[in-house]
Design a protein around this ligand. Structure first.
Ligand code: UDP
Length: 479
């Protein structure tokens, strides 16, 4: 029997970087491809999550969103559990609630789409006879590395970790040791084994969606899709469906937010936006150096600050606030806020990033290179200073500066690993992005990419076609 309408359940793992693109995918499936959509959200902080969802979906009442009951991990985690493992455990703990929700639905979903951390729900989906999809909210390059991982040459991964040799992935740029992921530093350890286990689940899915587009990453996209290269390793097709980001209307005047009101008064492309994603944190010494670097650059800035955390670059991942409510800024250099009044704004905790990047006054972005931030910057034609902190951000930084030519990268030399990036370097990089010939060249390139991303999403664009194909495949599977 062919169902009258496909019903997709999307499962978002904790973290704004997973929730935001999942909601955007849900919106697209609903508005462009005729699906009914229910989004299940696993979160540690339901009020922040609810307000983010409201912002993204207030004009779309047809989107059904269910916050699963928060999971208390306090008694279940060893102190050194990695961020990825923590998210994985939370997802596993949420399965019983997901099962109850499915059972209570009048018309249960026929398709389940999870993100990188949600494959623990696949056995449940199969029990309910649903098709299984993974939405990788990251680059085709990392997607290729991940799908290849269960089949990779073990000796190569050991040489990668021990002798700092690159990781060679068929059809893709090799991954340099300096840009590698945390699990690849410890083959043989549980963190590596867990990533391989997740990769095996991913390749077993009926299909894989990636938040990227063909023309942004032609080599990696072809490699992962071509049977002869990496396509033979995935059970189902791979669909590049991006760039799915929250976009906002450009308004002539803003009343609702202090930062946007301030931006309204600044010249076009004159402000650098500085933010390290939803969870990024730095040491106190690094924050002071960054403050002094911004001051030294003499460029206008908007800087989202969080209280310093020593030795944990993702220190705010589970505790980000929806709005600035952390008012003490005494970790910044003495007199900094006063001296830079008029030149810049310091925003505690959280800022409306999509609106800031979409504002005509914003002309540069110092970013930790989370994939959503990268896509948002590109889609707004904003060149970047890339300052990767954790996860796959170093690979993203490498792609931005070396392949695409739309960013300049912060350099942390081997001796300084774990050390502090000095104010002179920061000032220099900010100026390179904001003024001079190099800035003009980067701006031209990033605007070309913006057009290419918009084209991919347009009616006959590659990503639109790809999602249409996925829809057809879902229909034939449920027939
Ligand atoms: N974000 C935001 N305001 C902030 C910080 C982050 O709106 O102050 C949003 C940002 O626009 C992006 C997401 O949170 O959509 C962060 O995702 P990303 O992949 O860039 O980084 P992650 O937080 O996952 O490391």
């Amino acid at each position: 029997m062919v169902p009258s309408k496909l019903h997709a359940a999307l499962l978002a793992s904790p973290g704004m970087g997973h929730l935001i693109p999942t909601v955007e995918l849900g919106k697209r499936l609903l508005t462009h491809h005729g699906f009914d959509v229910t989004i299940f959200v696993v979160t540690t902080d339901s009020s922040t999550t609810a307000s983010q969802i409201h912002q993204q979906t207030s004009n779309l009442t047809a989107l059904n969103i269910i916050l699963l009951p928060p999971v208390d991990l306090s008694t279940k985690l060893a102190p050194d559990t990695s961020l990825g493992e923590q998210i994985g455990i939370m997802m596993g703990e949420s399965i019983p609630s997901l099962r109850s929700s499915f059972l209570s639905m009048k018309s249960p979903p026929s398709v389940l789409i999870v993100d990188l951390f949600g494959t623990a729900a696949f056995p449940l989906a199969r029990e309910f006879d649903m098709s299984t999809y993974v939405f990788l909210t990251t680059s085709a390059w990392l997607s290729a590395v991940t799908t290849y991982l269960p089949f990779i040459d073990k000796e190569m991964t050991e040489r990668h970790a021990n002798n700092r040799e690159p990781l060679f992935i068929p059809g893709c740029e090799p991954v340099r040791f300096e840009d590698t992921l945390e699990p690849f530093l410890s083959p043989g350890e549980p963190i590596y084994a867990n990533y391989v286990a997740v990769a095996k689940e991913i390749v077993s899915a009926d299909g894989i969606l990636m938040n990227t587009w063909q023309d942004l990453e032609p080599a990696a996209t072809n490699a992962i899709r071509e049977f002869e290269i990496l396509g033979k390793f995935t059970n189902g097709p791979v669909y590049p469906v991006g760039p799915l980001v929250r976009t906002v209307e450009v308004k002539p005047v803003h009343e609702e937010n202090e930062v946007l009101r301030w931006l309204d008064k600044q010249p076009v492309e004159s402000v650098i936006y500085v933010s390290f994603g939803s969870g990024g944190t730095m040491s106190e010494e690094q924050m002071r150096e960054l403050a002094l670097g911004l001051e030294l650059s003499q460029q206008r800035f908007v800087w989202v600050v969080r209280p310093p955390v020593e030795g944990d670059a993702s220190g705010a991942f589970f505790g980000v606030a929806s709005d600035g409510n952390e008012t003490t800024l005494d970790y910044l250099p003495e007199g900094f806020v006063k001296r830079t009044r008029g030149l810049g704004l310091v925003v505690p905790m959280w800022a409306p990033q999509a609106e800031i990047l979409g504002h005509p006054a914003t002309g540069g972005f110092v970013t930790h290179c989370g994939w959503n931030s990268v896509l948002e910057s590109v889609l707004n034609g904003v060149p970047m200073v890339s300052w990767p902190l954790y996860a796959e951000q170093k690979m993203n930084a490498c792609m931005l500066s070396e392949e695409l030519g739309v960013a300049v990268r912060v350099k942390v030399t081997a001796e300084q690993e774990g050390g502090v990036v000095c104010k002179e370097q920061i000032a220099n990089l900010v100026r390179r992005v904001m003024v001079g010939e190099e800035s003009v060249a980067m701006r031209v390139k990033v605007k070309e990419l913006k057009l290419s991303g918009e084209k991919a999403l347009s009616k006959s664009g590659s990503s639109h076609e790809s999602l249409s194909q996925m829809t057809k495949d879902c229909v034939s599977r449920s027939a």
